[in-house]
Design a protein around this ligand. Structure first.
Ligand SMILES: [Mg+2]
Length: 505
């Protein structure tokens, strides 16, 4: 009610009503009601506006929340899945096995872990490139996935390593079935971008509960078994057994003492003479340095017992560096003696050649000792050519540019691909001793020896025969036109002092 109406009402209540005043009062009332109606409409409109705004804010918030949730899901997926194959990744696998073991313990069930590693997968990456390699891994994961039951889990540990978790196993035949299917599934060639690829795999198997009770233990043991499968020729499976564990412990112990031996300088070089035989007078034309591990009690350990372990644990590079350094030191000691200018051959592992820093570190050792390059010969076996040929050849070229010479060692026992000798910058061909040992009695060995000598001569290489033990061997080799002989006929590997004694004059 507005002020005017109130005043009118008050006056008329005091003075009494007449018609005119009543009609004025009615007008005033209706005016007030109109005013109220207008206010109400205004209020209603403003309320409606606010609720629209509120709805809009609500929608935005809902949208943001969904977005955050999606991102969270994506991050969670990424954290637990391999980005290439979308399979469960290492973290996820560990969780899954952990969970599977807890369940198996509670219900007294059995589980198995299959550790799968592709054989020579590196070749695909090297020949076809990494993107082809990635596509190949995706295909492999699809094939492996397709052979599993729904309750089994396939995951990728990384690289070309996969894990299969088999839960609730009723009998051993279930495991047999899975690894057989896995091996078979990879045996059909993969066609990627029109090119066929074949890669087999090696599988190691550990069982719960007999082989271990923890995730780490079971994976480690399956891994050991997988290595055994590789060692036995690849494309096969192997179950974990205790002898593998003992072997692994022995390896770890040898590795430890090898590390200490390097620190304590417990190695010594023995030298085996190489004698030129295709000339009137037999002359010493070089020596092969052979490493020995001299134990505190004076006993000698031969390289066959520790070099493979050193190669596996990465210590081989330190050992090779030590050998090259010691050879350079020895050359310096011989500088003004009758052994001056006699080149020393050093055996180089495939791992050394694959190492990016190998050429630089070798050249810097030579520089440190003022060793002329032509006095160092590197003996490589064919295994170095598993690596990319162009890279190996480039490195050999650099060594050649610095006057070092290269021998292809143990020739005839490796892959003996003739394209290697054609393409590679080598100077010497060393015939493996296994052919020399048999050649005087075995016609086939003799034929091989003669062919290798012809091959080497025709390619302009100097041919060296290893394992020459008898005068008869020597005669055969001279007649076959072999240049250099090394073996017990001349000398076993001896220490530097003894060699100096012999060649004092
Ligand atoms: Mg050798």
């Amino acid at each position: 009610m507005n002020k005017l109406t109130k005043r009118l009402l008050k006056r008329h209540l005091k003075e009494g009503f007449d018609l005119d005043s009543i009609s004025k009062l009615v007008d005033a009332f209706s005016e007030t009601i109109d005013q109220y109606e207008q206010d109400r409409l205004m209020l209603e409109r403003s309320l409606m506006l606010t609720s629209d705004e509120l709805n809009e804010i609500n929608d935005t918030l809902r949208h943001r929340i969904t977005e955050i949730q999606n991102n969270q899901d994506l991050l969670k997926h990424q954290a637990y899945h391999d980005s290439l194959t979308a399979l469960p990744n290492r973290t996820n696998i560990m969780h899954t096995i952990h969970h599977a073991l807890a369940l198996a313990k509670r219900h007294q069930q059995k589980c198995a872990i299959l550790f799968i590693d592709l054989d020579d997968f590196k070749k695909i990456n090297d020949t076809a490139g990494h993107s082809e390699g990635d596509r190949f891994l995706i295909e492999v994961s699809k094939r492996l996935q397709s052979i599993l039951r729904e309750s089994d889990t396939l995951g990728r540990l990384g690289g070309d390593e996969f894990i299969i978790i088999l839960e609730n196993i009723a009998s051993g035949s279930q495991i047999t079935e899975v690894y057989n299917r896995a091996l078979r599934s990879l045996s059909t060639p993969f066609i990627i971008d029109g090119n066929p690829y074949v890669v087999s795999c090696s599988i190691g198997i550990s069982n719960f509960p007999q082989d271990g009770e923890t995730v780490e233990e079971l994976i480690r043991k399956a891994d050991l078994a997988m290595y055994q499968a590789k060692k036995l020729g690849k494309n096969r499976f192997h179950y974990f057994d205790e002898s593998l564990e003992r072997l692994a412990i022995h390896r770890v112990k040898t590795e430890e003492s090898l590390r200490e031996a390097i620190e304590n300088n417990e190695f010594v070089l023995y030298y085996q003479p190489k004698i030129q035989i295709n000339q009137q007078q037999e002359t010493l034309v070089g020596v092969e340095a052979l490493i020995r591990w001299k134990k505190e009690d004076g006993s000698l350990i031969f390289p066959d017992s520790f070099i493979p372990i050193a190669e596996k644990c990465g210590l081989i590079r330190n050992l090779t560096k030590w050998v090259i350094t010691e050879a350079c030191r020895q050359l310096k000691r011989w500088k003004n003696t009758s052994l001056a200018n006699i080149p020393i051959s050093v055996n180089i592992s495939a791992i050394d050649i694959a190492d990016h820093g190998f050429v630089d570190s070798t050249l810097s050792i030579l520089k440190n000792y003022d060793t002329p390059g032509h006095l160092i010969n590197l003996e490589l076996t064919e295994s170095v050519f598993f690596d990319d040929m162009n890279t190996v050849n480039f490195k050999l070229g650099e060594l050649h540019n610095n006057n070092l010479t290269i021998s292809l060692d143990d020739f005839g026992t490796g892959y003996s691909s003739l394209s290697y000798i054609q393409d590679l910058q080598i100077d010497f061909l060393k015939i493996d001793k296994s052919f020399i040992f048999g050649m005087s009695k075995n016609k086939k060995s003799l034929a091989i020896v003669k062919s290798i000598i012809d091959l080497g001569n025709n390619l302009g290489l100097t041919v060296i025969a290893e394992g020459v033990e008898t005068a008869e061997d020597k005669e055969i080799l001279i007649n076959a036109n072999c240049h250099i002989a090394q073996g017990y006929l001349y000398s076993r590997p001896i220490e530097a002092g003894e060699l100096e004694e012999i060649y004092r004059k």
